[in-house]
Design a protein around this ligand. Structure first.
Ligand code: FES
Length: 108
């Protein structure tokens, strides 16, 4: 079986308090890492509507509100919840790990 994905360790789970979101940068990605209950979610950090950074936004349950124009996304699937956002937010698959937040990205 060939390996078709990359695993990227983003941060320690302890770095993100429950109900909080932080920004994490890798070599080529700028991401927002969210902690809700016993789960972690990862999306692109930049809002699809403009220059807002979602890590600066307001997290309520599974919905992140951009602090630029108050557009909203569901962090579980990237779907737009409230305008003015129209384009879906990119989400990343979070892989099970004891102490770190790890995502799987397709191999180039
Ligand atoms: Fe995020 Fe406009 S930049 S809602």
């Amino acid at each position: 079986m060939s390996d078709t994905s990359n695993l990227i360790e983003l941060c320690a789970k302890d770095d993100v308090g429950d109900g909080e979101v932080i920004k994490v940068e890798t070599d080529d990605l700028e991401l927002a890492v969210y902690h809700v209950g016993d789960r972690f979610y990862v999306t692109d950090n930049m809002c699809t509507h403009g220059p807002g950074e979602l890590s600066e936004g307001y997290l309520e349950g599974h919905v992140i509100e951009c602090d630029f124009h108050q557009g909203q996304f569901d962090i579980r699937n990237g779907e737009v919840v409230a305008p003015p956002c129209v384009l879906k937010l990119k989400t990343y698959k979070v892989v099970d790990h004891d102490s770190a937040v790890v995502i799987e990205t397709p191999q180039d």
